[in-house]
Design a binder for this molecule. Structure first.
Ligand SMILES: Cc1cc2nc3c(=O)[nH]c(=O)nc-3n(C[C@H](O)[C@H](O)[C@H](O)COP(=O)(O)OP(=O)(O)OC[C@H]3O[C@@H](n4cnc5c(N)ncnc54)[C@H](O)[C@@H]3O)c2cc1C
Length: 383
């Protein structure tokens, strides 16, 4: 038997490439190595699961045994890769076991960034980046009423909406003057802030968390603004950092993510990367749609038909039912400006160049109905 395609990681990226490769070739041996349980679930569900009454068990679509049978692959859960020896085409697991590969796919994901905060409660700040984290979060919520969220980005706002809908009192803290500061122009930020506030979310903006102290069973947060308040639980969602260390120690080029070309190939011909860990042509895009496109191209390449990844425009739905929002973030390195129409029903913000070409958009409330029409006018992200 030939050495297998070894996929490291069982997130959406690892599974997408395994599934696409199986569609093209039923014979190639595939081994998936995963540091976690190896089951398949949709990670985006984690930030709106409370509102849908979903439990960690009901979010899991299939466990590793079921997935292995379905895709006819070998899956090794709780199996962390410690090193890659590219010269021998081999990975070593934490227990020293060596596994040889014909082609290696890194689908390692990203870690939640942790801010350097002070206080004796910092170690108890939660993050939710996978199903096990979500189980911890659910357990920690039992009997609690007030939750603080550090970070008003996409994931912070989604959790804020979900928690408020489930009856929790929610405080959100962000250094920016508005929620979703990296994705929305000010009018859009003001609109979503107002809608979430109307649903019980309290924003502390233009400030950062300085100290998180544990006081009995509660936490006391002190902000740089001087404000201080108590909370039963603190959730941090201030961004993601691609997991690059494994690649870096193997001599693979890393920058913000694992650097790959448009074949998703690192500087070593039989080592590839995709998903949240990867930097494709200088772009780190930690979303589902890029994974879908990358997985199709990579599967074709792995099956013997080298194929460049192409990204069309890929709008992202923000899962805040209190304020339907869809964004297609422009490449801000391209010169343009926001043109905004706003009223009580919604916000339509178009990022356009001097000639009026549409480069990106943000649609909130009633304006979200224009999504399809506007998406058709957007340039591809990578062609
Ligand atoms: C709460 C939340 C909500 C989101 N909502 C949306 C949304 O609405 N829309 C959207 O487009 N995107 C959303 N995203 C982003 C999207 O979920 C991610 O882009 C996607 O799931 C990343 O998949 P991945 O496979 O690259 O990484 P991951 O899912 O992180 O998987 C990485 C895998 O690698 C394994 N691993 C890591 N290191 C090793 C090692 N050394 N050895 C073995 N295994 C290893 C891990 O155990 C894991 O199985 C959301 C993310 C979060 C956290």
């Amino acid at each position: 038997m030939n050495d297998p395609v070894v996929i490291v990681g069982s997130g959406l990226a690892g599974y997408a490439v395994a599934r696409e490769l199986r569609k093209l070739n039923t014979e190639i041996p595939i081994i998936m190595l995963s540091a976690d349980h190896g089951g398949f679930y949709s990670k985006p569900m984690l930030s709106n699961a409370l509102a849908f009454g979903k439990t960690p068990a009901s979010i899991l679509n299939n466990d590793a045994v079921q997935m292995a049978a379905q895709l006819k692959i070998y899956i090794r859960p709780y199996c962390r890769v410690a090193t890659i020896d590219q010269s021998r085409s081999m990975v070593t697991l934490m227990d020293g076991e060596e596994i040889f590969y014909d082609q290696l796919v890194l689908a390692l994901g990203a870690d939640q960034v942790r801010l350097p905060l002070q206080g004796n409660g910092v170690a108890k700040i939660l993050t939710v980046n996978d199903l096990d984290d979500y189980q911890n979060f659910r357990d920690a919520l039992t009997g609690k009423k007030r939750v603080s969220i550090i970070g008003a980005g996409l994931i912070g706002c989604e959790f804020a909406n979900d928690l408020a809908a489930a009856g929790y009192q929610v405080d959100v803290i962000d250094i920016s003057a508005q929620p979703l500061g990296r994705l929305l122009p000010p009018a859009g930020g003001a609109f979503i802030q107002q809608k979430l506030a109307a649903n019980g979310v309290f924003f502390h903006l233009n400030t950062t968390t300085q100290t998180v102290d544990q006081v009995n069973k509660q936490f006391r947060l002190t902000l740089t603004s001087g404000e201080s308040f108590e909370s039963d639980l603190v959730l941090s969602s201030v961004g993601l950092r691609p997991r690059t260390q494994l690649a870096e120690t193997a001599g693979i080029q890393v920058n913000r993510g694992v650097v790959v070309n448009r074949l998703l190939q690192t500087r070593f011909a039989n080592i590839y990367a995709l998903g949240d860990c990867a930097e494709v042509e200088s772009k780190v895009l930690p979303f589902v749609m890029p994974i879908t496109h990358a997985a199709r191209a990579l599967a074709a390449t792995l099956a013997g038909n080298p194929t460049f990844v192409q990204y069309p425009a890929m709008p992202v739905m923000v899962k805040t039912p209190a304020c339907p929002t869809v964004v297609s973030p422009p490449d801000f390195s391209v010169k343009g400006e926001w043109n905004v129409e706003a009223d009580e029903e919604g916000v339509k913000a178009l990022y356009q160049d001097e000639a009026g070409n549409l480069l990106g958009y943000a649609l909130l409330g009633a304006a979200t109905k224009e999504k399809n029409n506007l998406t058709a006018q957007l340039p591809p992200v990578l062609m």
